[in-house]
Design a binder for this molecule. Structure first.
Ligand SMILES: *Cc1c(COP(=O)(O)O)cnc(C)c1O
Length: 402
């Protein structure tokens, strides 16, 4: 076993060696531009792109490969979906429904649209991190043009009731976009069965390269039309101009092919590791809280708060040997506790001590066991130094019901 251990697979994942192998020829001899129509270099590149598009469409059960639009990542896909719908359907209405716990690329896009005259409803979540479908139903008005609700949350791994949301969207004649960056390739995502009209995801969360993503855009029942963000040349059905990143697209396709084949077995194995980690840590330490539903959750995510330790020191001590994250990687530069945990109603002092463990394809039991041991040692040491903790022990109160 080598240190440091990588246990931050919700931030990004290591490229699978099989993915890298598939990409390399497209940096060497197969370097053509997929839009070149006049020679074999272009034809081969186009063929490789279309192969990848088919594999990606297959993984999410899209009706046709053309519904898969390549972008630079899930951030761009979220922007294209939300701004693209907002601009195209502005005449129809100016209201969008989303949640308080979306990724920043959805929340910041919605905030921008508020400056452009749109009204946004940010649904709350309960203690488990789940939206309530009644609140969603009540939020929809004649002005509503889009529901944008994530599939799996990047901080707490909680899974929203996507199929039910799809049904409601269909009943009310509203488009349903889902940020599925944490879901695709890890749990079954079926855009037909789940009634998803637009879905964002990217390669680097599923053992593919960074800087490549997809927006799935439904073509039939209902047909979704979008205003593009980037103009010039009309690539990707006119929705996203610019020369395609062929090696990255090939890698994305390979990553999806592997996921499709191995998902069932891999998710079981990763869930086993996650449960081993959870039980191991909880068996050795008191006053540890799991943030978010354990049932409706990604197999590889564990988000814990450790009462009576100082968040900063906990993370800095762990991080020397084990790469984990506090809250979301995107906000860990700021000292604010995570907005996701705040939305769950997690108390501030507990939100400050949250640690996200992200287990993935390359983690081993040995790494999990080492992590259990080190986390227990570090937390015990920090608590021993903590005046609040000794007070708590003296009075032997139990301020945390779970
Ligand atoms: C990682 C992530 C994104 C952003 O994807 P990029 O490809 O890095 O831009 C968006 N949403 C969720 C839920 C994510 O986990």
């Amino acid at each position: 076993m080598k240190l440091p251990i990588y246990m931050d697979n919700q931030s990004t994942t290591r490229v699978d060696p099989r993915v890298l192998e598939a990409m390399l020829p497209h940096y060497r001899e197969e370097f053509g531009n997929a839009a070149s129509r006049n020679h074999p270099f272009g034809w081969h590149a186009e063929q490789a792109v279309e192969d990848a598009r088919r594999k990606i469409a297959f993984l999410i059960n899209a009706e046709e490969p053309k519904e898969v639009i390549f972008t630079s990542g899930a951030t761009e896909s979220n922007n294209l979906a939300i701004k693209g719908i907002a601009e195209k359907y502005r005449e129809k209405g100016n209201h969008i429904v989303t949640t308080q716990i979306e990724h920043k690329s959805v929340l910041d896009t919605c905030k921008f649209l508020e400056t452009q005259g749109f009204r946004i409803t940010y649904l709350t979540v309960d203690r488990e991190g789940l939206i309530h479908l009644d609140e969603l139903r009540e939020a929809i008005t004649a002005e509503t043009i889009l529901i944008s609700i994530m599939h799996a949350n990047n901080e707490i791994g909680v899974l929203q009731p996507v199929s039910e949301i799809g049904n409601i969207a269909k009943e009310r004649g509203v488009f349903f976009h889902s940020d599925a960056a944490q879901a695709v390739g890890k749990i079954p995502v079926d855009v037909q069965r789940m009634g998803i009209d637009l879905a964002s995801f990217c390669a680097h969360k599923i053992y593919g390269p960074k800087g490549i993503g997809v927006l799935y855009v439904r073509k039939r029942n209902p047909r979704v039309r979008l205003a593009p963000l980037i103009h010039g040349g009309g690539h990707e059905e006119g929705l996203r101009s610019g020369t395609l990143n062929v090696p990255a697209i090939v890698g994305f396709g390979k990553a999806c092919e592997i996921a499709e084949r191995e998902l069932a077995e891999e998710s079981k194995r990763i869930l086993g590791l996650r449960e081993r980690l959870r039980k191991g840590i909880l068996a050795g330490l008191r006053d540890v809280v799991v943030n978010g539903s354990l049932e409706q959750r990604l197999p590889g995510n564990l988000n814990l708060s450790f009462a009576y330790v100082e968040g900063e020191s906990l993370l800095s001590e762990i991080s020397e040997e084990i790469a984990v994250s506090s809250g979301s990687a995107c906000t860990s530069a700021t000292a604010e506790p995570s907005y996701v945990l705040q939305a769950l109603g997690v108390r501030e002092e507990l939100a400050h001590t949250s640690v996200r463990f992200g287990l993935g394809r390359f983690n081993t039991e040995e790494e999990v066991d080492y992590t259990i041991k080190r986390v227990a040692e570090i937390v015990r040491k920090l608590r021993a130094d903590s005046p609040i903790y000794s007070e708590h022990n003296k009075k032997s109160i139990a301020p945390f019901p779970h």
